[in-house]
Design a protein around this ligand. Sequence first.
Ligand code: APR
Length: 235
Amino acid sequence: MLKDWLLESKYTVVFTGAGMSTESGLPDFRSNKGLWKKKDPSKIASTAALNENVQEFIEFYRERVLGVKEYKPHKGHYILADWEKRGILKSIITQNVDGFHQNAGSKKVAELHGTLQKLHCQQCGKEYSSEEYVNQSYYCECGGVLRPSIVLFGELLPELAFQLALEETNKADLFLVLGSSLTVTPANQFPLIAKQNGAKLVIVNMEPTDFDYYADEVIHNKPIGELLEELNVFV
Ligand code: APR
């Protein structure tokens, strides 16, 4: 099934979530060891949190910035980058903010939820490197607080990334979801749009998702890294 479709497909688009990076050492959000099992996202990953409890916000996101600098892409990220070079996949739409797809060499990546690799001032928008957080420097020269350039709950998705994701989804004849619970809108609409356009939809996720029903193939209980290594033998 999936390995044949990868070979037959003219336009494969891969859609990744936090499950793509757990084998690198980063926690996901909603599995039993996920970040949102310990913290309420509305209280920490929101603009309200940024305004009301900025210390906790900074602490939480400094941890995550340190995490994406400490951990590295795993074999699965490198396989996807190699597939792009070989024309087996055309692009990656990711909800992840770790930058691991680009670090592994992927070129066409739509980062729907922004990136932890950059910060910007909440007041004046000036951009900074995330090194500022590493060095415990949290304020802009204008006095505004620095925050990661990720999409907080309640914020709009970056226009360019959203447009690229929509274009790629509309061109896909094979749409491969890797490691997402597909619980967050509007990101979780892309698999549906692909399916409605007649693409084959494959969902690879350790646990069931609410979208499994629409998929042409579902693969549970298999770590993504292992699956990609197995597929890489065939494609
Ligand atoms: N192999 C396969 N699946 C895995 C693996 C793995 N090695 N590790 C984890 N998973 C699965 C988990 O079972 C889980 O269902 O990946 C899924 C990740 O789901 P979430 O933790 O909900 O992450 P994601 O879908 O990316 O969340 C979307 O929510 O909080 C926001 O902005 C945040 O981008 C994030 C968005």
